[in-house]
Design a protein around this ligand. Structure first.
Ligand code: KMT
Ligand code: NI
Length: 179
């Protein structure tokens, strides 16, 4: 099960949990309200024949998929990518990740520009809306394998903050932040 919490402001290792003391957890309904992030739990074992996943792909038009495995040996330009994932950025489209193995943190900005850290483990499917400021880091276990889904031809380009004039950002502010 996914957990999410407001981050502390320490500049210690990004792979540490960075919970406040005491922890300030965010439940999934609140997470959706304050960021537009959607979360589903689907079994990763045998996902190729999972009906619920199949239905979601059809309903949401997720025609593309591939896998990403983040390890030093398997991910080309590992150090560079790790750095880029953790730069605050947005995309022109949804970022959809279905965790098949391992774990990691997606950090998203809430409506008040506070960081919420979302812990993702196997069986978690997370959808970050287009235009949300976010970043990703491995945790101290240093391993994640995920299915990347996309509507049509994938565009992975990160647009680093500030990108307030980007159409996806303008639309996000209008639709999610105004709620
Ligand atoms: C991204 O775009 O941030 C990534 O693909 C890295 C995380 S995938 C578990
Ligand atoms: Ni991203």
């Amino acid at each position: 099960m996914v957990r999410a919490w407001f981050m502390d402001s320490s500049d210690a290792d990004q792979r540490l949990p960075h919970m406040q003391d005491p922890p300030q957890f965010v439940d999934l309904d609140t997470l959706r309200d304050v960021s537009g992030v959607e979360y589903y739990q689907i079994s990763a074992d045998g996902y190729e024949s999972n009906k619920e996943l199949q239905k979601m792909r059809e309903d949401r038009g997720y025609t593309y998929h591939d896998q990403i495995e983040i390890t030093k040996t398997k991910l080309p330009n590992y150090e560079e990518k790790i750095k880029a994932f953790f730069e605050e950025h947005l995309h022109s489209d949804e970022e959809i990740r279905f965790i098949l193995d391992g774990s990691g943190y997606f950090d998203v900005r809430d409506k008040n520009d506070k960081w919420i850290r979302i812990e993702c483990v196997k069986d978690d499917l997370i959808i970050l809306p287009a235009g949300i400021y976010h970043r990703f880091t491995l945790d101290t276990k240093n391993y994640i394998k995920a299915l990347r889904l996309f509507v049509g031809e994938p565009v992975w380009t990160p647009i680093n903050r500030p990108a307030d004039e980007h159409p996806a950002r303008i639309n996000y502010v209008k639709t999610v932040m105004a709620q």
